[in-house]
Design a protein around this ligand. Structure first.
Ligand SMILES: Nc1ncnc2c1ncn2[C@@H]1O[C@H](COP(=O)(O)OP(=O)(O)O)[C@@H](O)[C@H]1O
Ligand SMILES: [Mg+2]
Length: 278
């Protein structure tokens, strides 16, 4: 249990789920690099790797997690034994197959996991969630619990259609109305704007919601080069256009106007109660 003094110091945490309709559009790169850019804005960042199928934040950042959230759920370990440290002090919580279990916890496990997260409340300002691609219940679970949802798409028509399909499900089935859109791998800012315009005109017409344009990330050879070197591109190639754009996005999230509500524990509470709405 926390003492009253510790309680008073609790931070508010911003929770951001990064999702996409289609795989391979750059979600994991966005999460890893945005996390690093946020640390430069004096934010303490935790990444929840919730991509069950292709969890690869650890591969991207050349880390080797030995444990995952499943070990916490089974009571074998505490969260502190599972969370690993990445570049710039980023905390990474490998979820792997434990993610599936989060949706089906009994009361004892819920309390246990809430208590574990309570211990982290004072260390984390931002929780970034790298979700799986597509429209699984699992993705919905993280999106509805987070305060902000970033939808990543590439300019490919199939990626745009899948992004629309994901937004549609989150809107019609789960009443989500606010989405940020990031268009990755663009040839020009105009191409990014055009993709955003197509997506937002569809959501305005058919779903009656307007989207927020977070911005674009240019296509740049530095990205796959950094991936091959198992480094974040913002560290390996800090002066390339994608690195500059990611820093601008981090600033946008660190500025005012984004919703800050609740502690990390509050998010986990949301997350666990979200499972009852699926
Ligand atoms: N802005 C970009 N410019 C060039 N290549 C990119 C860019 N963003 C992503 N990629 C390439 O796409 C691949 C998939 O990215 P990744 O972040 O793993 O996608 P996801 O997590 O959505 O599956 C990366 O390995 C990288 O080579
Ligand atoms: Mg990924």
């Amino acid at each position: 249990m926390l003492t009253e003094k510790q309680n008073n110091k609790k931070r508010f945490v911003k929770t951001i789920a990064v999702a996409s309709g289609k795989g391979g559009v750059g979600k994991t790169n966005v999460v890893a690099n945005l996390a690093i850019a946020m640390t430069a804005c004096d934010m303490n960042v935790m990444i929840l790797d919730a991509d069950l199928g292709l969890s690869n934040i650890d591969v991207l950042l050349h880390l080797a997690p030995r444990n995952n959230i499943q070990h916490v759920l089974s009571g074998e370990m505490s969260l502190r034994d599972v969370v690993i440290e990445g570049p710039h002090g980023i905390k990474i919580l490998p979820a792997s197959s434990g993610v599936q279990e989060l949706t089906a916890l009994d009361e004892f496990q819920r309390l246990k996991i809430m208590e574990e997260f309570e211990a982290y409340d004072n260390d984390v300002d931002v929780l970034l969630i790298d979700t799986a691609a597509g429209i699984s219940e699992n993705v919905a679970f993280f999106c509805i619990a987070a305060q902000e949802i970033v939808i990543v798409t590439s300019p490919e028509p199939t990626a745009i259609t899948d992004a629309y399909a994901l937004i549609k499900v989150l809107c019609t089935r789960y009443q989500e109305k606010e989405f940020h859109v990031l268009v990755n791998s663009v040839k020009s800012p105009e191409e990014g704007c055009e993709v955003f315009r197509r997506l937002s005109s569809a959501t305005e017409k058919f779903l009656n919601i307007s989207l927020d344009y977070l911005g674009d990330l240019p296509f740049d050879e530095a990205v796959p080069r950094a991936v091959r070197a198992q480094k974040a591109f913002i560290d390996a190639y800090p002066n390339t256009p994608p690195s500059r754009r990611i820093r601008e996005m981090a600033l946008k999230f660190s500025g005012q106007g984004t919703k800050v509500k609740g502690t990390l524990q509050f998010f986990i509470g949301n997350l666990l109660s979200a499972s009852t709405h699926l």
